[in-house]
Write a protein that binds this ligand. Structure first.
Ligand SMILES: [Fe+2]
Length: 232
């Protein structure tokens, strides 16, 4: 009996955080106010993203304490799901920022290569607002270059779009959803078709070993680092 065996999955974590609608609206309002105080330059036609406007430390705002207080459990659950021992690591929130996407806007493909684990939370996501899209520019099953691309698809080589021949995967999400994925993963968003703003909060987490320097598998515990400035 022939079989097809699949390997090398990308694992994405999704969960509802259970934060109240009132709190989520408060987070959204804070991001809107920040975006209005720090608008895009004239002619810029893309979503407002706090990281590019000098506002990438949202985790230091006391308003976000309830949100970030829930992140550790989610991140360690994600790491555990990968078959890792989450207790061996420390999880440092290094950057976080709000995004505001208006009707017709989308966030183009990018990744967060300076980080290890990324998360996105949706305090405000109206009906029709764009979902997160994960991209794979080198899908392992693409046995000839470009075969899974849009151009080849138009020629009908791919009869049915499935997980086995796709270059992108849409992560449907609702308000209060949290999504976690590796920071190196290319991602963007669908075009927003909602009349009201879609507001998300992006988080970058750097992972270090806990209480050890380890080998060369992850960065040593931060307490073992020494700034060269401190040597005489
Ligand atoms: Fe991103």
């Amino acid at each position: 009996m022939p079989e097809t065996l699949n390997c090398f999955p990308l694992t994405v974590y999704k969960d509802q955080l259970g934060l109240s609608e009132a709190y989520r609206r408060e987070l959204g309002q804070k991001i809107i106010e920040t975006s209005e105080a720090n608008p895009l330059a004239d002619g810029e036609d893309h979503p407002w993203t706090g990281d590019l406007q000098g506002h990438d430390l949202f985790h230091l705002d006391p308003l976000t304490a309830n949100l970030f207080g829930l992140l550790k459990t989610s991140v360690t659950t994600y790491v555990f799901a990968l078959g890792m021992d989450p207790a061996r690591f420390q999880y440092h929130c290094t950057r976080s920022w709000g995004t505001v996407s208006l009707l017709g806007e989308h966030i183009p493909v990018h990744n967060h290569s300076q980080s290890h684990i990324s998360a996105v939370y949706y305090p405000v996501k109206p009906e029709g607002a764009g979902n997160l899209i994960l991209h794979n520019r080198n899908p392992p099953n693409e046995f000839a270059p470009g075969l899974f691309g849009a151009h080849a698809s138009e020629r009908g080589y791919v009869q049915e779009l499935t997980d086995f021949n796709t270059m992108s995967a849409t992560m449907a999400a609702a308000e209060d959803d949290l999504i976690i994925f590796p920071s190196k993963q290319l991602h963007g968003t669908e075009v927003s078709e909602a009349d009201s703003p879609r507001i998300s909060i992006a988080v970058d987490i750097v992972v270090t070993l806990k209480g050890e320097s380890g080998g060369e598998y992850s960065m040593p515990d931060l307490t073992l680092w020494r700034d060269l400035e401190t040597f005489d």
